[in-house]
Design a protein around this ligand. Structure first.
Ligand code: ASC
Length: 147
């Protein structure tokens, strides 16, 4: 896909704006979406060979993920299950597992940023897969169905 088309497509995906009166659930959902749309999905396109792999660009996206990855986890105050939130009560009843899953995710993200610098695409694919697996592990335990 050419660069202009990619830019247009990314611009067409609305990244919801943050508002001062957002609930914690809205704040964390927007933060998760931001990292997904600005870094994880664009990297996924390259990893799945649906977009050209560019070493510098990919390394930049992996750094962006590192910058964005911790933010959503700052917005899980006790009992913040409101409206459209998919957060399960287990987040607060199993805090040690939630913390461990978060730490594993952040560690896998750090590793991806490191491996991305090498330009070794096979290693990058493996590391990206570990990040995706850490998303899934946490979702399986702590994210409920869409409401
Ligand atoms: C995504 C997405 C997730 C994760 C997960 C990885 O792109 O929206 O929730 O990856 O599916 O296994």
């Amino acid at each position: 896909m050419n660069k202009i088309l990619t830019a247009l497509l990314l611009a067409a995906i609305a990244i919801p704006a943050a508002h001062a009166d957002d609930t914690p659930a809205e704040v964390r959902t927007k933060a998760f979406k931001k990292m997904l749309l600005q870094s994880f999905e664009p990297m996924g396109m390259a990893v799945r060979e649906r977009a050209p792999y560019d070493q510098a660009k990919f390394a930049q996206q992996a750094e962006a993920l590192k910058t964005l990855a911790a933010e959503p986890f700052k917005h899980f105050p006790a009992g913040s299950i409101t409206g459209k939130s998919r957060a399960k009560p287990e987040i607060w009843s199993q805090p040690a597992k939630f913390q461990a899953d978060k730490d594993a995710f952040l560690k896998s993200v750090d590793n991806l940023a490191l491996v991305a610098k090498s330009g070794d695409l096979a290693a990058i694919k493996k590391s990206y897969g570990q990040v995706a697996q850490s998303c899934k592990t946490c979702h399986d335990a702590f994210r409920g169905p869409e409401k």
